[in-house]
Design a protein around this ligand. Structure first.
Ligand code: KG4
Ligand code: ZN
Length: 329
C-alpha cells in the first residue's frame, strides 16, 4: 500500500505491507516556506505539494525496493485539511491507482494519527483510548475496534498544539513555536509561574486552552521579558498543559474501563507529556503507547497503514476524486 499525506504543510509518502510492515517512508516539510508568514499559506502549500509529491513517490518506492507495478493499492488523506493541498494528494493517488488498476482509499487524517502507534512493534489492540493532540485537534476518542470510534471529549476553543504555537508566538518565538517552547521549558525553573489547569475542576472530558494562553500573555507582559523569564513561563505553561491532559486521560480510561492509552498527533512528541503519561498510567496498572516522534506529526506512514488495514478489511470505495476539508471522524 502506497500512502500519501498532503493535508497541510508536509508531503509524506510511505509504503506499508500488511505482512512485512513499513517498508519505506519519506517526508518533506514546508516549514521554511511558510516561516516568514507566521503560518501556513494555503496556496503556497498546494503548489509545493505539486512540486514534491512525485519525486517523493519515486524515492520511496526505490527505498522500499519495489516498482509501481508491485503496489496493491494507493491510500491518501481525503480530509480534513486545506482543500487545495488535499486535492494534490487525492488527484495523484487516484490517477496512479486508476492507471495501475488497483483500489484507491481515502483516509481520514485523524484516523491516520489514531492508528500511528500501530506502526510500532509493541502496539495495543482495541479497545483503547486515544488522545489526539495536534495543531488542529484535542480529542479523546474511544477506539472500540479499527473503524469504530466514539468521541469522548473535544476542545471548546484552541487545540493543544495551537495553544503551544500561539503561546510561543506571543513570547516572540518564530513559527511553529510548539517544539521551541518545549525546548525552552527544559531550562525553565519549575514553580516560578503557576498557571491554572483549565476545566479539570469539573466533570467531563472536554478541553479549553484559550484562557491558559491569556494567563501566559498577562504574565509575559508584566514580566522583565528576559530570556530566563521566557523559559520559566514556558515551563509553567508546559506543566499546566501536561497536567491537564494527564488528568483528562486518566478520567477517560476510568470512564471506558480501557487499560491502554494511545497518544497521537504532533503534541505527542512532547517529552514531558510522554514521561508524565507513562508514569501516570503505570500507577493505575494501565499502559500508554506512543508512535515514535517522527510519526506523531504528519506523515505518510500512518496513511499507508490505515489504507492497508481498510483494504484487508475489504473496504473499497467508488473511484471519484473527492476530498473533505471538513470531516468528522
Ligand atoms: O499533527 P501535527 O503535525 O499537525 C496537525 O495535523 O496539526 O501537529 C503539529 C502541532 C503543532 O502545533 C506543533 O507546535 C505541535 O504539534 N508540536 C509540539 C511538539 N512538537 C510538535 N507541541 C509541543 N511539544 C512538542 N515537542
Ligand atoms: Zn496531523
Amino acid at each position: 500500500m502506497l500512502g500519501i499525506e498532503s493535508s497541510c504543510d508536509e508531503t509524506g509518502v510511505a509504503v506499508y505491507d500488511i505482512e512485512r510492515g513499513l517498508l519505506a517512508h519519506r517526508l518533506y516539510s514546508q516549514i521554511r516556506l511558510h516561516a516568514e508568514y507566521g503560518g501556513v499559506v494555503p496556496e503556497l502549500a498546494s503548489r509545493d505539494h505539486v512540486r514534491k509529491l512525485l519525486p517523493l513517490v519515486r524515492e520511496t518506492l526505490a527505498a522500499a525496493g519495489i516498482g509501481v507495478g508491485d503496489l496493491g493499492g494507493v491510500a491518501y488523506t481525503a480530509g480534513p485539511g486545506l482543500i487545495g493541498a488535499l486535492l494534490v494528494g487525492a488527484s495523484a493517488a487516484r490517477a496512479l491507482a486508476w492507471s495501475l488498476d488497483v483500489p484507491a482509499i481515502g483516509v481520514h487524517h485523524m484516523e491516520g494519527h489514531l492508528l500511528a502507534p500501530l506502526l510500532e512493534t509493541e502496539s495495543p489492540a482495541p479497545p483503547f483510548v486515544a488522545l489526539l493532540v495536534s495543531g488542529g485537534h484535542s480529542m479523546l476518542i474511544a477506539v472500540d475496534a479499527i473503524g469504530s470510534y466514539r468521541l469522548l471529549g473535544d476542545t471548546l476553543d484552541d487545540a493543544a498544539g495551537e495553544a503551544f504555537d500561539k503561546t510561543a508566538k506571543l513570547m516572540g518565538l518564530p513559527y511553529p513555536g510548539g517544539p521551541q517552547l518545549a525546548k525552552l521549558a527544559e531550562h525553565g525553573v519549575p514553580g516560578r509561574f503557576k498557571f491554572a489547569r483549565p476545566m479539570t475542576d469539573r466533570p467531563g472530558l472536554d478541553f479549553s486552552f484559550s484562557g491558559l494562553k491569556t494567563q501566559v500573555l498577562l504574565a509575559w507582559q508584566q514580566s522583565d521579558r528576559s530570556d530566563a523569564t521566557r523559559a520559566d513561563i514556558a515551563r509553567g505553561f508546559e506543566e499546566a498543559m501536561v497536567d491537564t491532559l494527564r488528568i483528562k486521560c486518566l478520567r477517560a480510561l476510568e470512564a471506558t474501563g480501557a487499560k491502554s492509552l494511545v497518544i497521537a498527533g504532533g503534541v505527542g512528541a512532547n517529552r514531558r507529556l510522554r514521561a508524565g503519561l507513562d508514569e501516570a498510567t503505570r500507577r493505575i496498572g494501565a499502559r500508554v503507547y506512543f508512535p515514535r516522534p517522527e510519526f506523531c506529526t504528519d506523515n505518510g506512514a500512518m496513511i499507508a497503514l490505515a489504507g492497508a488495514l481498510r483494504l484487508s478489511a475489504g473496504q473499497i470505495e467508488s473511484p471519484a476524486i473527492k476530498v473533505m476539508p471538513r470531516w468528522d471522524l
